[in-house]
Write a protein that binds this ligand. Structure first.
Ligand SMILES: [Zn+2]
Length: 72
């Protein structure tokens, strides 16, 4: 398996981690697409979530590009 997997998907509590209306499953999908999580925190003030890899923001704050809804 990808050696990043353990780290990238180490979310102890995905539901808590996403206290938004976002689906944890979709969050995982977005994280996966980004290749994991960054080691930095989301730049949004007060947000303590990990940013997506190569992104400055976390899943919640970066999800606008993905919309969460399946409107392909
Ligand atoms: Zn955030």
């Amino acid at each position: 398996m990808d050696r990043r997997s353990n780290k990238a998907f180490k979310l102890d509590d995905p539901v808590n981690w996403l206290n938004h209306d976002a689906s944890p499953a979709l969050a995982q999908e977005v994280i996966s697409k980004h290749g994991g999580l960054s080691e930095q925190q989301c730049i949004y003030s007060g947000c303590k979530k990990q940013a997506l890899k190569n992104m400055m923001v976390c899943v919640e704050h970066g999800h606008s590009a993905y919309k969460w809804t399946k409107n392909t």
